[in-house]
Design a protein around this ligand. Structure first.
Ligand code: TXA
Ligand code: MG
Length: 337
């Protein structure tokens, strides 16, 4: 892992890496982020691989300002009010994705929403500018470990897994951003963080706690994407009335016309990058069900299988599976990402 200095050369190099699909850790005012070009499916998939996450969690997309955010999400009046008051700063706004949103579906982890934030850090802004794209970034630590607040912390956690870290010294705030969902009528506090909830309530009224009163019904914006058709996992054939979501070079003898291959080469990063888009495509085909071939349960395969399991469980008429797997609500105390 290269440690790049906080100067014009370091910034240009980090921006160049991001623009070519590589990963760069960078400082924000809260914690260091593990950044990738938010519009590059493969680069975003690589974030999950580097963090060794066993499931896909939605990622925050870092932008220069509210104008740039509004290119990605439906930036309503409440969002404008909050951005005006707290951006740049440690506040993430979760909003419905625009139809023409260019951010990878992986950033949304299958949700119809996207988290956006303008960080309050000159180096982060310089990097966004140099890369020429919005930057998807979770905290730059291995899954389940503490968020890093210095370049050394990043190196200790992610050495060998990331191309470079841009060194901006220690982070000023040191805890992650407050995450607010504005996808429903009432704003919801998804994660307490750098901006106190009371300060936000002064602008948009009471925040619902995550979980309480948030709707969980199908079709709602915050629901994890589950196909409308039953999913049959670990399939080694597709029936005549099924579409096939394939993986790898060896297709079953009968592969229906409605087949998408997550990765003909059997590459798990490519499969992760294609997962949500291909599930959506097949879901639009007039078939009874979707047969999904076996995905190796290693590396990114674990996250892919986790998501497939949840999508399949949505059909088991199992409220616990739906609430736990496809529900709207992120438990703020389970956000150790
Ligand atoms: O301060 C921060 O927020 C840092 C810096 C790097 O910006 N980032 C950070 O990212 O903490 P991460 O991935 O470790 O945590 C982001 C949290 C996740 O737990 C995720 O569930 C939630 O924000 N989140 C992001 N997008 C979301 C969405 N569309 N819907 C619900 N929750 C979302
Ligand atoms: Mg985190």
């Amino acid at each position: 892992m290269r440690i790049l200095p906080d100067d014009a050369k370091g910034i240009a190099e980090a921006g160049g890496l991001l623009a070519t699909g590589r990963l760069v850790a960078f400082p924000t005012e809260t914690v260091y982020g593990l950044g990738a070009d938010a519009t590059n499916d493969l680069a975003v998939a690589a974030i999950f691989a580097a963090k060794d996450r066993p499931e896909f969690n939605p990622l925050i997309v870092h932008v220069a300002d509210a104008g740039r955010a509004a290119e990605l999400v439906e930036f309503d009046a409440r969002a404008r009010t909050l951005a005006e008051a707290f951006w740049p700063g440690p506040l993430t706004l979760v909003l419905p994705r625009r139809k023409d949103c260019k951010a990878s579906l992986l950033c949304s982890a299958g949700l119809d929403s996207l988290g956006v934030r303008a960080p309050d850090h000159a180096l982060a802004h310089a990097l966004i500018e140099a890369a020429g794209c919005a930057i998807a970034a979770p905290s730059a630590n291995l899954s389940g470990t503490i968020s890093p607040t210095s370049a050394d912390d990043v190196a200790a956690s992610l050495k060998g897994r990331v191309d470079a870290v841009l060194d901006g010294g220690r982070c000023r705030v040191g805890i992650e951003s407050t995450v607010i969902s504005l996808c429903a009528e009432k704003p919801v506090l998804l994660r307490p963080g750098g901006i106190p909830a009371e300060d936000i309530e002064a602008h948009v009224g009471p925040l619902l706690p995550a979980g309480a009163g948030a709707p969980r019904s199908p079709g709602m914006l915050e629901r994890h994407y589950a196909p409308n058709r039953p999913l049959r996992t670990n399939a080694d054939f597709a029936a005549a009335d099924e579409a096939l979501l394939a993986f790898g070079p060896d297709l079953p003898q009968y592969a229906p016309a409605r087949t998408r291959n997550l990765s003909p080469a059997g590459d798990l990063a490519e499969a992760a990058a294609n997962l949500f888009a291909m599930l959506r495509e097949l879901d639009h085909e007039p078939t009874r069900a979707i047969a999904v071939m076996r995905i190796p349960n290693e590396g990114l395969g674990r996250a892919i299988n986790d998501r497939l399991r949840r999508a399949a469980a949505a059909f088991d008429d199992n409220p616990a599976a739906i609430a736990g797997g496809c529900g709207a609500v992120v438990d703020p105390f389970e956000l150790g990402d």
